[in-house]
Ligand binder design. Structure first.
Ligand SMILES: Cc1cc2nc3c(=O)[nH]c(=O)nc-3n(C[C@H](O)[C@H](O)[C@H](O)COP(=O)(O)O)c2cc1C
Length: 360
């Protein structure tokens, strides 16, 4: 897979392990980068100090290029405290019913301040900065450029891809509707931006070419093997970004129960869920999703995300995958549990094989 994108970043393979906030620890990131792909530290939930510490751990494990991924959010959030109180009551009742010995609490902040996370990212100076949920501003783009940090913006529609290209991103990652985890959507309602990768990718490639933009397009959503990577390349992708495929690696910090569930997931069990975080995300329809208290429906991200954190932590500790946010893409059933370096080698072997089979 000869790719100017990979050469520009000094990667052996045009393969990105997606930033997965909460599930992409330094060991996974370094293993992928050391194997010739681009490992990404999903830092959306990390306080600035933790970003610096985890970035240092990645660097200590190898000196290959890696990415840090952040969620672009306002620094401060207002919450409707009567809705918060109702949601807490319902969550506490749910945890009591399910025999989990924890209760919700009011956090000191709903989420880390984006501006402080951004400053930590600049200080850590990874090769790549990856953003979802919004655009960065021109001053922030300049700061990254001054440090020679390559910028990838996440888009779920052609309009969002154009917005990132206009904002000066070095590459746009299109996130198809198949993709696991939170939707990166920021200019539309999430349900209006559920476009399958086979439609979104070539539409975006054409739109950016028509606007004479040289911005490479990265494909994300449902890619689980080398054939999928080749298909994305044929449709114009400069690289493939895989999240779910890496969740079953031993280096991944996803809960064991979640890892065990993934190989058995049927695509019709994977759905769009707001009830864990207040923002549309793709994951497994489990007991929590079925029993989700109505009071949670109206609460926005990141308020609800902070309120459900104790439940998710307790569920993981108790091995209760049915109460956990088991994020995954629609093709989760195709996971192959194995060490990350082996998975990278296998993906590239499959990619080369598929390419040979397609050759005239
Ligand atoms: C567990 C999990 C967490 C994720 N967290 C993030 C994140 O922090 N930042 C981000 O840009 N994308 C995140 N994503 C989305 C990925 O970047 C990517 O779009 C998705 O994994 C691609 O689809 P796939 O899971 O089918 O490979 C996450 C995905 C998963 C599965």
């Amino acid at each position: 897979m000869s790719s100017p994108f990979a050469s520009r970043l000094g990667l052996e393979h045009p393969l990105i392990q997606a930033p997965m906030s909460g599930s992409s620890p330094p060991a996974l990131v370094a293993a992928v980068s050391n194997a010739g792909g681009l490992g990404s530290l999903g830092a959306g939930y990390l306080e600035p100090q933790a970003i610096l510490e985890q970035a240092a751990q990645v660097r200590a494990l190898g000196d290959r290029p890696y990415a840090i991924g952040l969620f672009v959010l306002p620094d401060e959030f207002d919450a409707d405290m009567s809705a918060v109180a109702k949601a807490r009551e319902q969550l506490d009742a749910l945890m009591a019913r399910e025999g989990l010995d924890v209760r919700t609490s009011l956090p000191t902040r709903w989420a880390p301040r984006f501006s402080e996370q951004f400053a930590a990212l600049c200080e850590a100076r990874p090769a790549v900065a990856s953003f979802a949920f919004g655009l960065i501003n021109p001053a922030q783009l300049r700061e990254l450029q001054q440090r020679d940090i390559y910028v990838i913006g996440t888009a779920t529609t052609v309009t969002e891809a154009r917005a990132w290209a206009a904002a000066g991103a070095d590459a746009v990652c299109v996130q198809g509707a198949e993709a696991g985890g939170h939707r990166g959507t920021f200019l539309h309602e999430a349900e209006d931006a559920m476009i399958g990768l086979f439609a979104l990718l070539p539409l975006t490639v054409r739109a950016l070419a028509e606007s004479s933009s040289e911005v490479p397009v990265i494909a994300a959503g449902g890619i689980m093997d080398g054939r999928g990577m080749l298909a994305a390349e044929v449709l114009g992708a400069a690289a493939s970004q895989l999240g779910t495929a890496f969740l079953t690696c031993p280096e991944c910090s996803a809960a064991e129960t979640w890892k065990r569930d993934l190989p058995h997931v049927e695509a019709d069990q994977v759905t769009t869920i707001r009830g864990f975080s207040g923002r549309a995300a793709r994951g497994l329809r489990n007991r929590f999703v079925e029993a989700m208290p109505e009071a949670l429906e109206g609460l926005p991200y990141p308020v609800l995300n902070a309120l459900t954190a104790p439940l998710r932590r307790a569920a993981a500790a108790a091995g209760r995958g049915d109460l956990l946010s088991e994020w995954c893409g629609q093709a989760a059933g195709l996971v192959r549990p194995q060490p990350a370096a082996e998975l990278v080698a296998r993906l590239m072997h499959e990619y080369r094989l598929a390419r040979r089979l397609q050759a005239p």
